[in-house]
Design a protein around this ligand. Sequence first.
Ligand code: CP
Length: 325
Amino acid sequence: MKTMLKGKHCITLQDWNREEIETVLDLALELKRQKALGIPHHLLKDKTFFMLFFEESTRTRNAFEAGMTQLGGHAHYLTPSQTQIDHGEGPKDTVEVLARYGHGIGIRNCTLGVGNRYMREMARWAKIPVINMQCDIYHPTQALADILTIKEKFSGDVKGRKFVISWTYAPRYVRPLSMPQSLVLLMSRFGMDVTLAHPPEFKLMPDIIKQAEANAEAAGVRFEIVHDMEEAFKDADIVYPKSWGALMHTPVEREALDLIEKYPEWVCDQRKMNLTKPWSIYMHCMPADRGVEVTEEVMDGPRSVIYDQAENRLHAQKALMALTM
Ligand code: CP
């Protein structure tokens, strides 16, 4: 267990070693237990966490905000238009000032080529920890909740499990790459064999694939990329089917939306779930396009752990804040 995490930024879990991540997960479980028992745990009494959102959120925002209340502190919800950011105030001036008032800052900025750079610039100047609440490349707090959920569902026995992250057909808007990228990077580090499935145009960032291959090699596990959803699902222990954009193929939104229409059969349904192991679990970070990318039967079925997964956002984020702030 690592105890010297005060002030550590969390922009990607690639910057956190396994022992540090396990420390967050241990504390998350302890805080989950205490909440269930009604035991107060005001570990961040009188402290403030700033949440700067360039895009909207249900889970991330409310898990951080409720989490800060439960830790005895307070969370401020900020947007560019409610601050001077929309008038051009840059990351250095914003974070230098906010650090004089509070104790941590989270940022969500998913604009491709902008979001991660913005938060790294903030972290360069920040005297308080910077937490990535999702950017164009990573979504570390969702990935923390996901590994916590997998460990719970398999009683800690995750080594050698087949973890599948698959693209799905969800036509309404272009989703970021941050979720599949965080998953392919993290799951092999916990000893799982990782299969990434997507149609050819829906590649992840080449640098992320290189890092994922290196992580898998270091862990002695398999990392494979396939272009067939059914092949991927075969004998899986964990399936995580969700949509993302063809952002590495085209920067034009209309073209990216048209590409989705080529693959309407990439849907998670019971027939595909039947290809997985009998004890497999279905995961989704949500929001899910109900009845489109996944059938209601699967989403509400016995394999689905989506609400436990969403709950774990709260416990994992509380642990992350308590250890770093
Ligand atoms: N999974 C997730 O990040 O959800 P929100 O966009 O609602 O925060």
